[in-house]
Design a protein around this ligand. Structure first.
Ligand code: ADE
Ligand code: ZN
Length: 326
């Protein structure tokens, strides 16, 4: 449709994207072959058949084991480069991309290998696609705060390649305050801060309150349960906090797109953005997410433009670079 073409062509920033969540089955096979790794599945269809998610936990149980095909810096480059090319084709002119170093260092791949490969793709995207990209280091919240702090220390020599830090993986029993000290140190080091507040978790609203009032994040990933507390919505608006929503991902991990919540926050004047989260697993890149939300919620071109403007306003681009886009 015309609106779909418009959504894909609209220049936008993507702010909620897990690089490890962009591993398409075809690339998984290619990397497995290159690294001499045997996989349980032999066809793309067999791999896709394992993508039978009912919640975040069942997704994560497929997401982490797949990463073992990522071994050399070249593999991390190839993963990020494939994503950046697809993103550029869907109108992305700037991407702030999460990576999960502990999912690699924890199985013996050095931090330097991971970030060197990813960084090479960032530089290449600027040179060959003319788009900018940044890396956001995510800590895995189901591991200890001590391990997160050690990972932050390991990242400090690479500070120039990392724009911010985030928090992902399983939120249950792993509240934001568990990582208060790690995030305070990251802030002192000059990193921007964001944290996942996943959809419909036990204690979602308490966790959202904590990330705003105690952690002092610059953005919230997902976070749409904030609709439950109008005083927090007002505070988020006053602080200009960005919300990185992921409609297609929501449909997988909760069986609902949560479009009413997304649109209500957008109309309340919050810096709501639309993103793809783990597109290889959920089957939609960022333009597809704009289209899915527009179709489900009956949005028009003006709403999509507002979402795209929000994506630059909620980005961590410098003021002068932001001015190139809006
Ligand atoms: N890691 C990768 N994708 C995630 C998601 N949607 N929520 C939490 N952790 C994740
Ligand atoms: Zn996410």
């Amino acid at each position: 449709t015309d609106l779909a073409a418009f959504a894909h062509g609209l220049p936008k920033a993507e702010l909620h994207l897990h690089l490890e969540g962009t591993l398409e089955p075809e690339l998984k096979f290619a990397l497995a072959a290159r690294n001499g790794i045997e996989l349980d599945e032999t066809t793309v269809e067999e791999v896709r058949a394992t993508y039978d998610f009912t919640d975040l936990t069942s997704f994560l149980a497929v997401y982490y084991p797949a990463m073992r095909v990522l071994q050399a810096a070249e593999d991390f480059h190839d993963l990020a480069w494939a994503y950046l090319q697809k993103a550029a084709a869907q109108g992305v002119v700037h991407a702030e991309m999460f990576f999960d170093p502990q999912a690699h260092t924890g199985r013996g791949v050095p931090f330097d290998t991971v970030i060197t490969g990813y960084r090479r793709a960032v530089v290449r995207a600027q040179d060959e696609l003319g788009i900018s990209a940044e890396l956001i280091l995510c800590f895995l919240r189901d591991f200890s705060a001590e391990y997160a702090m050690a990972t932050l220390m390991e990242a400090l020599p690479y500070k120039a390649w990392i724009v911010g830090v985030g928090l992902d993986s399983d939120e249950r029993d792993n509240p934001p305050t568990k990582f208060a000290e790690v995030f305070a140190r990251a802030k002192a080091e000059g990193f921007f801060l964001t944290m996942h507040c996943d959809i419909d978790q036990v204690g979602s609203i308490d966790n959202i309150r904590a990330v705003i009032e105690q952690i002092g994040v610059d953005r919230i990933d997902h976070g749409t349960n904030i609709v439950e507390d109008p005083s927090l919505v007002a505070l988020a608006k006053e602080r200009g906090l960005g919300f990185t929503t992921c409609p297609v991902s929501n449909s997988f991990v909760t069986a609902q797109m949560k479009s009413d919540e997304i649109v209500s926050l957008l109309n309340a004047g919050l810096k709501v953005t639309v993103n793809s989260d783990d597109p290889a697993y959920f089957g939609g890149y960022v333009g597809d997410n704009y289209v899915a939300l527009a179709e489900h919620a009956g949005l028009g071109a003006a709403d999509l433009v507002r979402l795209a403007i929000n994506s630059f306003e909620a980005s961590w681009l410098t003021a002068s670079r932001r001015a190139d886009f809006i």
